[in-house]
Design a protein around this ligand. Structure first.
Ligand SMILES: [Zn+2]
Length: 228
């Protein structure tokens, strides 16, 4: 397989890895699609159903899927490539322990929801599980790998000076969604295959086609990750 040729001799490790994708909207569809096709085992969590406003960017769904549960569509379409477990629930405090089990190698946030991200952030910090925040709103996207095994800055450190707009509120370009999902997938695979961690915040702006890599400092007063 050509992707595996590029990734080198460690790709066999991929088959033993399990990734949890929280949210299978625009970002989650593309991340799931790419990871499944290289054989990574997936768990997908979402409680949403497909509606016709999703179809322009949620590329695993088509008109025949309207009103079906998103996770069941993902399972139906990607099971031919890998093992997929679908959980038709919203990730909340009550079920997070059941859903994010200790044998998950990486959690990828594709939620478009700050509240759920904060929940993932707190839980993964406490249980030393690594996760990737990825988000896209309007024509801008961002990705950050939270390395809880090495006490990196967390999502809350990142959030200090930000507001919480979501793509539901102000819309999002389908092209930035696929770009962010693609880079997120690459960061995930590099970690799972070679243990490489992207420690910078990536910010991509499709207004002027720029990519910025930004150093993130740990907030010494962070309620989640500070040792104070
Ligand atoms: Zn923090």
């Amino acid at each position: 397989m050509s992707t595996k040729k590029v990734l080198g001799k460690n790709t066999e490790k991929i088959k033993n890895k399990q990734v949890l994708i929280v949210g299978v909207g625009g970002l989650g569809c593309t991340v799931a699609n790419l990871l499944a096709r290289v054989g990574i085992k997936l768990i997908v969590v979402d409680h949403d159903i497909v509606d016709d406003t999703n179809l322009e960017r949620q590329i695993l769904y088509d008109k025949n899927d309207l009103l079906k549960s998103k996770v069941s569509c993902v399972k139906e379409k990607l099971s031919q490539f890998t093992e997929i477990k679908s959980i038709n629930e919203e990730l909340v405090e009550k079920n997070i322990q059941k859903i994010i089990s200790k044998n998950i190698d990486l959690v990828i946030d594709c939620t478009d929801n700050v509240k759920t991200r904060l929940l993932i952030n707190k839980y993964c910090n406490k249980n030393k599980i690594n996760w990737i925040y990825s988000g896209a709103v309007s024509n801008i996207g961002a990705i950050f790998f939270v390395d809880n095994k090495n006490n990196s800055p967390c999502y809350e450190c990142l959030q200090q000076n930000k507001d919480g707009e979501t793509s539901c509120e102000i819309g999002v370009l389908n092209s930035i969604v696929v770009m962010i999902a693609s880079m997120t997938t690459n960061i995930a695979i590099n970690y799972l295959v070679n243990g490489k961690i992207e420690d910078k915040l990536l910010r991509i702006n499709f207004n002027d086609n720029t990519l910025m890599k930004i150093n993130v400092k740990k907030n010494v007063d962070c309620k989640t990750c500070s040792k104070k």
